[in-house]
Ligand binder design. Structure first.
Ligand code: ADP
Ligand code: MG
Length: 345
């Protein structure tokens, strides 16, 4: 039997590197992004996300490495020859044009006939739930609506890959959360591969099929949200995608997520096989639905514990400040840290 051919990834980066003078902005990155994937590049400011995205788009040329889009080497192609579109944080809509004219613009440049332009623009506007807004000017729209127009203007070109650089960064939290759900829906409906840049870990965890965590120009881990969150392979990721909660026992360094740790009641026996640590609560933060306990462990180190406030009142949880506690968790909730930050310097 002949094996099935390997599906060609929509984006393949091999050893791409970019320097600005002495700054190594992107350091030999390899990535493969599958067709139809919602792929997120997550990392702190300055970690090389935008530079990587701009190289995929063709706005920057890598010093080393190759970029393939759907199996074709585009490393030397100008941006307009690549099957990609970019959506930026500042929507960059033409203020003097109507919404419909903005959305049609790319097609007009490509000399698509007027009737088809109209049909495709109105289809794209329906897709972002702005049907009926075609006649308005950008100034007559809210921030969220303008970002939807920017999205419609990109998907109307039917790119293979849509590149989004912190597109929700200018919106307030509530609107941003609404747009996260909306963007995910649109991506699933149009089936276009999304490469999404953000520094917001919650945004990355909510929307992505897979996340690449960037740190200092390198990718430290690639995986589905649950894997990156529950099994961070480096201290940097443990800390950046959550809280670090790293402790060392018997020469082994590992992290355990705060919500996986339980505070044992006074008379309670630990579950068989559970990991148990004793310590003192040195800080308590009551955050409405949950409480965050900071516990200094007798065996060394400190852990944060997140506990749902199901029965407890705020005064009850706050009274636990200074108390001795026993913590327990299941050993399979531990993620071993394989990469130590100091080894990378
Ligand atoms: P991110 O998008 O993750 O915040 P960037 O890719 O924008 O990071 O930047 C990565 C590094 O490259 C930073 O140190 C930044 O200052 C530097 N850099 C980016 N663009 C330029 C440029 N045009 N000239 C000089 N340095 C740049
Ligand atoms: Mg950036």
């Amino acid at each position: 039997m002949t094996p099935l051919p390997e599906p060609v990834p929509d984006v393949r980066l091999q050893g791409i590197t970019k320097r600005y003078g002495d700054v190594l902005a992107v350091d030999a990155i390899d990535l493969e992004i599958a067709q139809g994937e919602f792929f997120t590049m997550l990392g702190p400011s300055g970690s090389g996300k935008t530079t990587t995205l701009r190289m995929i788009a063709g706005f920057e040329v890598p010093d080393e490495g190759t970029i393939e889009l759907a199996g074709e080497d585009v490393s030397r192609q100008p941006p307009f020859d690549r099957p990609v579109n970019t959506v930026f944080q500042d929507y960059a809509l033409f203020p003097h044009m109507t919404v419909e004219q903005n959305v049609e613009y790319g097609l007009a440049v490509k000399r698509v006939a007027k009737a088809e332009r109209r049909a495709r623009a109105s289809e794209a506007l329906e897709m972002v739930r702005l049907g009926g807004y075609g006649g308005r000017k950008p100034s007559q729209l809210s921030g969220g609506q303008r970002q939807r127009v920017a999205l419609a203007r990109a998907i109307v070109n039917r790119p293979k890959v849509l590149l989004l650089d912190e597109p929700l960064g200018a919106l307030d939290l509530k609107l941003r959360q609404e747009m996260q759900i909306e963007l995910k829906r649109i991506q699933q409906e149009v089936g276009i591969t999304f490469v999404y840049v953000t520094h917001d870990q919650e945004e990355a965890l909510t929307m992505s099929d897979r996340i690449a965590v960037f740190n200092r120009g390198r990718v430290e881990q690639v995986g589905p949200p649950a894997v990156v969150y529950e099994h961070p392979r480096s201290e940097f990721i443990a800390d950046f995608v959550g809280v670090s909660n790293v402790i060392e026992r018997g020469g082994r360094r590992y992290t355990v997520r705060p919500e996986k740790i339980h505070v044992l009641g006074d008379g309670d026996a630990p579950q068989p096989g559970a990991r148990v640590e004793e310590g003192v609560v040195h800080d308590v933060q009551y955050v409405g639905p949950v409480t965050r306990y900071h516990v200094t462990l007798d065996g060394g180190g400190e852990l944060q514990v997140l506990s749902q406030n199901l029965e407890e009142t705020s005064s009850e949880v706050l009274a636990s400040q200074g108390r001795r506690v026993r913590l327990q968790w299941r050993p399979e909730q531990e993620a071993v840290i394989v990469e130590r930050e100091e080894e990378r310097v």
